[in-house]
Design a protein around this ligand. Structure first.
Ligand SMILES: Nc1ncnc2c1ncn2[C@@H]1O[C@H](COP(=O)(O)OP(=O)(O)O)[C@@H](O)[C@H]1O
Ligand SMILES: O=P(O)(O)OC[C@H]1O[C@](O)(COP(=O)(O)O)[C@@H](O)[C@@H]1O
Ligand SMILES: [Mg+2]
Length: 427
């Protein structure tokens, strides 16, 4: 393979891995650091990587030799940001793999996101064991709790040091990855031997190098139910309109995939694709034409869509993590549609459904649960091997190790191919 000059994306290692893994060889297949997963999956992508490429990721999996001695390793787990189906599955998988597989004696669960690592929050941390986590995957959310908002990075590292944590597993989205990268930098600055291993959590599916993030299929499944309800309501009235708002701050994956899986959506609005309201090509006119022809319509809107129509340029309204608070596109559309139809003397019935938090707080479905289980296993293997400053990714059908630098500050957006399919299915 080396003759093809594959550029391996390097993952940082705390030190040489010299402790033989206690995992049973019969049960596990071991993966060498040299095993690589290609970044490109098509010839077109391969060609795009011409300058210096092709690139490849380190493949995830149990290593024959470990950096940490399991019996002397304390691990920590923290979950941050918005909730997502499957967080408990990931926590459970980490605990089961670390305890049963490696024999790690102590796992600390830090409560309510990065706050749990602050001087104030650390007192509330809990001990995690197979016994305490065995049923958590039956519930939505995270048994550790989560939070938004900044914490002092050096204080968080001091907590890790004081609690003798050797590997911190961080479950979170784009904001969390920035936080984890900052913690890793501080660890390096202080020349400590603490590993930081992240597991990507995002209901929006907007993290790079994760084909499909956990909880996403659960969210789409539930979103489809909301769309089905909107469709029934729309068909149940003359000129009925079903309007469904779904999560998706910057990326419209949930809206697009829910529309694709439903087949009943006539208008799908996502943050990546600008749309206009007024004029012959505007949404209002297109909706009117649809109602005149079919007498019902279903609209799905991602929360981040059409912000340019609402936004007054004031970016000061932010949540505690610094994410700009979006304006409510659902209510805005409802109002605009009703007033435009009234003006045109078109008698309509509009039902607005916003299932956002219902979708996010569910337990994971079977597919997501299984996915979470593997993410937790691979994160445990990477951590014990001494990998740090990385996230477990999923790319080209394989689980991978991705350096945090490749994820931080980037965002995965809806691809043209998916969008094309949405246009086809919505007509
Ligand atoms: N540059 C950063 N340095 C330190 N912490 C950060 C940074 N960016 C985000 N965080 C923290 O990461 C946590 C999660 O971020 P947030 O944006 O709320 O959720 P998500 O990880 O789901 O995107 C928050 O506590 C936030 O303050
Ligand atoms: O109301 P909250 O909890 O702040 O979260 C709302 C946001 O959280 C999300 O569900 C997920 O965002 P994060 O990945 O940043 O946690 C977004 O879709 C939504 O905009
Ligand atoms: Mg985020």
């Amino acid at each position: 393979m080396d003759s093809y000059q594959i550029n391996k994306i390097q993952i940082r290692q705390l030190g040489p891995a010299q402790t033989p893994s206690p995992l049973e060889v019969k049960k596990y297949y071991f993966v060498d650091d040299g095993e690589q997963v290609l970044m490109a999956s098509t010839v077109r992508e391969l060609k795009k990587q011409n300058d210096g490429g092709p690139f490849s990721f380190e493949m995830a999996g149990p290593r024959r030799n470990l950096y940490f001695q399991p019996a002397a390793t304390v691990c920590g787990i923290v979950s941050c940001g918005g909730l997502c189906p499957g967080m408990n599955d990931v926590i459970r998988s980490l605990v089961m793999t670390l305890c049963h597989g490696y024999g790690v004696p102590r796992i600390i669960g830090f409560r309510y996101g990065f706050w749990g690592l602050s001087a104030e929050g650390t007192a509330s941390s809990i001990a995690l064991s197979p016994e305490t986590v065995k049923h958590i995957h039956e519930d939505g959310g995270t048994c550790l709790g989560s939070s938004r908002g900044p914490q002092d990075v050096s204080e968080m590292v001091r907590t890790l040091e004081k609690s003798e944590v050797k590997i911190l597993f961080v479950i979170g989205g784009d904001g969390t990855m920035k936080g984890a990268a900052a913690i890793k930098q501080e660890i390096e600055r202080r020349q400590l031997n603490i590993g930081i291993v992240c597991i990507p959590k995002t209901i929006d599916n907007d993290l790079e190098y994760v084909t499909r993030s956990f909880g996403f299929t659960t969210a789409v499944e539930e979103a489809r139910k909301a769309i089905a309800a909107a469709h029934v309501e729309a068909r149940g009235a003359m000129n009925g309109i079903g309007l469904v708002k779904l999560m998706g701050r910057h990326s419209g994956f949930i809206a697009a995939h829910a529309a694709l899986s439903s087949g009943d959506v006539n208008f799908c609005l996502v943050p990546e694709k600008q749309f206009i309201l007024e004029g012959e090509d505007g949404l209002l006119r297109k909706l009117e034409l649809r109602l005149l022809k079919k007498h019902h319509a279903v609209i799905v809107v991602a929360e981040g869509a059409g912000q340019d129509l609402l936004f007054d340029g004031d970016e000061s309204d932010k949540d505690r993590s610094g994410n700009v608070r979006l304006r409510d596109i659902g209510s805005f559309l409802q109002e605009k549609i009703l007033s435009s139809c009234a003006e045109k003397k078109l008698d309509v019935t509009l039902k607005y459904i916003d299932p956002s938090y219902i979708i996010r707080s569910l337990p994971a479905n079977a597919l997501d649960s299984a996915f979470c289980m593997v993410l937790g296993q691979h994160a445990s293997h990477a951590g014990m091997a001494g990998k740090t400053g990385m996230m477990v990714g999923h790319w080209n059908g394989h689980f991978t190790h991705v350096p945090l630098e490749m994820v931080v500050g980037r965002r995965r957006l809806l691809d043209d191919e998916t969008w094309q399919r949405v246009l086809e299915v919505t007509g």
